[in-house]
Every structure is written in C-alpha cells, then in structure tokens.
Ligand binder design. Structure first.
Ligand code: ZN
Length: 199
C-alpha cells in the first residue's frame, strides 16, 4: 500500500512497537538497517536474542540480571537493611551510578497507572513485602518518580510498608543541578522551596 516491499514493511511494523517510535522514525531506522553491513545487522539481531535468552529477574530485588541472585543482592558490603524501591531497572542503574545509595534495591517494573490498566496487582507487592520481612529491612527509600503515577505508587507503598514497622523516606524534589530558574516549571520551584535547607 505504501510501495515498500513486504519485508521492509515488516521491519517498520516491528520497530513501531518500540516506545517513543512513530511511523516516521521507524521507517528511518529501517532504511538505516537496510544500509547496514550484514555483520552489523547480524550483531544487532543477535544482541536482541542474547538479552532475551540470558536475562532473568533476580528473585530478591526483581532487577534484571544474568545470575540469580544479582551482584548487588549478593554483595556482603552493601547496607543490608536499607532498601530503595524504584519503578524500572534503569532507575536503579541511575541511582547506582550516582554512588549515593549503598543499600539494596527493589524494582516494581511499573507504577500505578490506572489509565494504562496498571493496578497494584502488577507491581509485585507481595514479593516486596516478603523481602522486607525476610531480610529484616529497617529503612525503605521510596524512589518512584515524582509524577502523578509515581506519587500514587509511593502512597500505596507507604500504606503497605508502614504496618511492617520500617522507616520510610522519599527523595527530595527540587531544582536540577545547573538549572536556570527562569525556565523551571512552578511545581518544581514550589517543591524545591518546600524542601529548602540552611545555607
Ligand atoms: Zn537482586
């Protein structure tokens, strides 16, 4: 219908399923792949199959790993009684890269997003509760994103975790480093003033 060969249309259709990729970008990526050397195209296809084959979820923290339990859950030098709950594996990786947290993680693999059909039953909350009890976690940092969904998720988590007697905290929200006040949205400015510290 669009004049492309079937195989090219097939590739475009698959690429369109990726997050943030519309028809135009999918077509651009597909044309790029057509021009790729065979060896690079093979490596790309192989890399996709490889992660699908080798990655599993850590049975403790639910993060992606090639070995269960994952390296962080196995590390005896981590703060064993501190847990940081995040929405996605990429969030755990960002916090890990900051070096600011030395405890362990728990990955929800989502947030409360009723509009997208995501409810509490999609968030592995039983596994989180088991982990907190079994590992005698004393402090939980709820690091879901400061979005409507992330805040709703944080509220739900606090309701579930409070009865277990753990200390709960939420990272402060504020101005990003290097930000220009002129271009900040009012909510961010308000939150950063609410959480202001002494000079
Ligand atoms: Zn783990």
């Amino acid at each position: 219908m669009n004049g492309y060969p079937d195989s090219l249309n097939g590739l475009i259709e698959q690429l369109k399923k990726l997050p943030g990729i519309g028809r135009k970008t999918a077509a651009r990526l597909a044309f790029h792949m057509v021009r790729m050397p065979d060896s690079d195209a093979g490596k790309l296809a192989e890399a996709i199959l490889d992660v699908k084959k080798r990655l599993v979820l850590c049975s403790f923290c639910q993060n992606l790993t090639e070995r269960d339990p994952c390296a962080i859950c196995q590390d005896p030098h981590r703060e064993a009684h501190q847990l940081c709950v995040v929405e996605y594996p990429a969030d755990a990786a960002s916090i890990e890269n900051s070096g600011a947290f030395r405890g362990r993680y728990f990955v929800l693999h989502g947030n409360l997003a009723p509009l997208q059909g995501l409810g509490p039953e999609d968030l592995r909350l039983e596994k989180l509760k088991d982990l907190v009890v079994q590992q005698r976690i004393s402090e939980v940092v709820i690091a879901t994103n400061p979005t409507v969904e992330g805040n709703a998720t944080a509220l739900l988590l606090s309701k579930i975790l409070k009865p277990l007697g753990v200390r709960l905290s939420r990272p402060a929200c504020g101005l990003p480093v290097g930000a220009d006040l002129e271009y900040m949205d009012p909510v961010t400015i308000r939150k950063s003033l609410d959480g202001r510290g002494p000079l």
